[in-house]
Design a protein around this ligand. Structure first.
Ligand code: DGJ
Length: 744
């Protein structure tokens, strides 16, 4: 078994975790077929077919990616494109699966290298194929040098999403430098009316859905920040212009990498669209030693013939069914417990009596996990000091964490703790002892962000320290959950301790060590769950999701803003990972006042948490919250594992937003509806549900807001989908929610 990303050597325990994940995924892959007569490879799953051929120039060429073909369809041998002229010859216009920079190539390459003799020409030719288990491996080799590339493909049987990666192997007998590398190229069928959707954002305003037409030239989606970032998220969708939420062909994909990354979308001179992606080539170089192999992150790609909504549901299913961590022997990830988090209530002013008071109140609401946020360690009284010193602050917790943890347990809740392990404040014991442990260029300024510097996790000693403190924390305390935060991006990314020609490896080695620590911690402490938080949604991607159970989409907890933020998030990621807290009103973000019920309904579309200062709540607030927490528990399986339909999108300043989730067994559907502001006596738009069985009967039950008076108590799926549901929603910032239960 090849294990991706992890630095060698791996502990046996870490390997076991990976073996378990891989075993879980192995059952759900589609078989590849090789036709030796035509030298073509084919895989079909769900409504998708993908075909590759070897052409007369021994290049690997995409033959087809799209709606599933009949088993009776056969493709002829692949034939390269003739190109258009001496200016744009065949190499650039043949839709190759993986192309080296060499020969006559002007499109974005998948691999660019420099050899020690100055040669930079790399022309890869197909060598051999291997179908092993559920994977197809295709090998390429440079025309003269011993550079081998093995492409690995695996298609998820339920969604038809293909997972690709490339392994570069150096058998030349000397090191060479990788300057750019991608998992491979996705070739979209030729078309001139394509539209690209992607996600942009910033702190407190993540997950904006962008749309732009694709014309000649190149668009690069990227992060140069050292981590995923929220400015772009590594996800894309390409469709014909007329495609929408419910109809049309959509090709989509996401890169599983939490370091600096890039995805390029390029329309070539023949108006063919190609997409490739991997670690960002900017400021990157990886010296591959002789005998060494470099494996790229996974690049996932899928196809939907029924619009962007189905593209998202396929992503969600892939994440829930195969990617997210799950307890050993379990087919699905655990349902997210309802949590309480102290951050917005106390900020850094945490102490034992204060946390206990909050815990008691949280428990009375039905909260299942109590999480103490920032401020519990070192001299952490503000964001100016303490990061790096992961020992309990004795003024705040004179007897350590045990009394608080015991109290939380006695209240029938799990205990969770905030950490930010990759960071250090200059005002900390750790930095005073190890100023050389941070990313820096010798003799140059060290820029701070939130008064903190970035530890260089690529260094073996830093990796060992970070693993050590977290392992100790988890071994000495009964902690069920870590909120793993990361509150700035990189600057001055120097690594003076290694030779100059190896310093740019930092982009990859840092991320590999991050994954390695997560994997090892999970192996040693299998019941501990982890949230990926980065000052909000700056480290959310399919790479980190292999090791973390949930993510924090945004520090913006304004329940109205959250409708758009959560909407954008669900284009790529499942609501099962999307943490959403109910916080205080007026919100710190906009000073907007929203009812407690509205705030709950907004958060209940994801994984529910509470982050308000419960000391300020009235008895009525507690009653409202208690009822809605109980309600959430009765629908969370549908929300977290079901199929999401974005019925009315809050995009483009829409006055309304409606989501519906249908459970996997089809027995329950849950709908949330929000109104920004009603005007001129217009009624709330009728809601047409989706994903129900036409002939089955369903009983409707509102749990917030009112249905129109003429709504029947029961009706068929066909009625709810075609005739629809009317709500009595009027006013500003109003919300309603109802369930449909199938009557068997
Ligand atoms: C940023 C996170 O997103 C917040 O939820 C909180 O944990 C703070 N960091 C704590 O410093």
């Amino acid at each position: 078994m090849t294990v991706k990303y992890l630095p060698r050597p791996l502990s046996a325990a870490a390997l076991l975790v990976f073996a378990a994940v891989q075993a879980a995924t192995a059952q759900t892959a589609a078989p590849f077929h090789f036709d030796a007569a035509t030298n073509t490879f084919r895989v079909d799953a769900a409504d998708t077919t993908y075909m590759i051929g070897v052409n007369e120039n021994h290049q690997l060429q995409t033959l087809y990616w799209g709606k599933r073909l009949s088993a009776k369809d056969h493709f002829a041998r692949a034939k390269s494109s003739p190109g258009t002229s001496a200016f744009d010859p065949s190499e650039g216009s043949t839709p190759q699966e993986f192309v080296g920079w060499g020969g006559v190539l002007y499109v974005e390459p998948d691999l660019k290298v420099t050899f020690p003799d100055g040669n930079r020409d790399l022309v890869l030719k197909y060598q051999s194929e291997r179908i092993e288990g559920d994977q197809l491996f295709l090998s390429l080799k440079d025309v003269s040098r011993e550079v081998y590339v093995t492409l690995a493909y695996r298609m998820d049987a339920e969604t038809g999403i293909l997972r690709r990666s490339a392994e570069i192997e150096n058998r030349t007998g000397a090191p060479f430098t990788i300057e750019q590398v991608s998992a491979g190229t996705w070739n979209i069928p030729r078309g001139t009316d394509y539209k690209l959707r992607y996600l942009t954002g910033r702190w407190a305003a993540e997950w904006n859905v962008q749309e732009q037409e694709i014309h000649g030239g190149k668009t690069t989606l990227e992060s140069r920040r050292g981590s995923t970032g929220s400015q772009n998220n590594p996800w894309f969708a390409i469709s014909h212009a007329e495609a929408n939420e419910t109809s049309g062909d959509v090709w989509f994909g996401a890169l599983g990498w939490s370091g600096s990354w890039q995805i390029t979308v390029e329309q070539d001179t023949l108006q063919q669209v190609r997409v490739n992606g991997g670690p960002n080539a900017f400021d990157f170089a990886y010296r591959l030693q002789k005998g060494e192999r470099f494996t790229t992150p996974y690049f996932y790609g899928g196809f939907s013939s029924t619009g962007i909504g189905e593209a998202s549901r396929k992503m969600h299913r892939l994440e829930v069914n195969t990617l997210l961590p799950r307890p050993s022997g379990s087919a699905l990830p655990k349902l997210r417990p309802v949590l309480y988090n102290s951050w917005e209530a106390t900020e850094f002013k945490v102490d034992e009596p204060g946390q206990i008071a909050l815990a008691e109140k949280a428990a009375s609401l039905g909260v299942e996990r109590f999480v103490m946020d920032d401020g519990w360690f070192g001299q952490r009284n503000s964001d100016h000091a303490g990061l790096g010193d992961w020992y309990v602050n004795k003024q705040k917790f004179p007897h350590g964490l045990k009394p608080l943890i015991d109290k939380v347990h006695s209240l029938n809740m799990e205990f969770g703790l905030w950490v930010e392990p990759e960071m250090v404040n200059p005002d900390s014991d750790l930095y005073r002892a190890h100023p050389d442990w941070v990313l820096n260029f010798t003799g140059r300024p060290r820029s701070e962000g939130r008064n903190q510097l970035m530890l260089n996790l690529a260094r073996p000693d830093v990796r060992a320290y970070v693993y050590g403190v977290l392992d100790k924390l988890l071994s000495e305390n009964d902690i069920a959950f870590l909120k793993w935060d990361y509150n700035r991006n990189w600057s001055e990314p120097g690594w003076p301790a290694v030779p100059p020609e190896d310093q740019k490896k930092v982009y990859v080695d840092f991320t590999r060590n991050f994954y390695g620590i997560l994997a090892e911690l999970r192996a040693k402490h299998p019941s501990v769950e982890i949230e990926s938080c980065s000052g909000g949604g700056s480290r959310v991607d399919l790479g980190v999701m292999q090791f973390t159970d949930e993510v924090w989409p945004s520090d913006n907890t304004d329940a109205f803003d959250r409708l758009s933020i959560q909407n954008g998030f669900t284009y790529a990621y499942t609501p099962g990972t999307m943490m959403a807290w109910v916080t205080d009103s007026p919100t710190w973000v906009n000073q907007r006042t929203l009812s407690l019920e509205y705030r709950f309904l907004s958060s209940m579309q994801g994984s529910l948490g509470i982050g308000a200062n419960l000391n300020h709540w009235t008895p009525t607030d507690f009653d409202t919250a208690r009822a809605l927490v109980a309600q959430y528990k009765s629908i969370r399986e549908t929300i977290q594992r079901g199929a999401l339909y974005r019925l009315v999108s809050p995009e483009h300043q829409s006055e309304e937003s409606v989501t519906e989730s249908v459970s996997r067994d089809g027995k329950q559907a849950v709908t949330f509806a929000f109104l920004h502001s009603s005007t001129e006596l217009y009624p709330y738009p009728r809601i047409h549900l989706r994903g129900l069985e036409s002939d089955a009967m369903y009983a409707i039950k509102p749990f917030a807001g009112k249905l129109a008076a003429d709504t029947p108590l029961t009706a068929s799926g066909s009625y709810w989908m075609n005739r629809g549901v009317d709500l009595q929603l009027r006013g500003d910032f109003q919300a309603a929610a109802f369930t449909l239960e199938r009557l068997d």
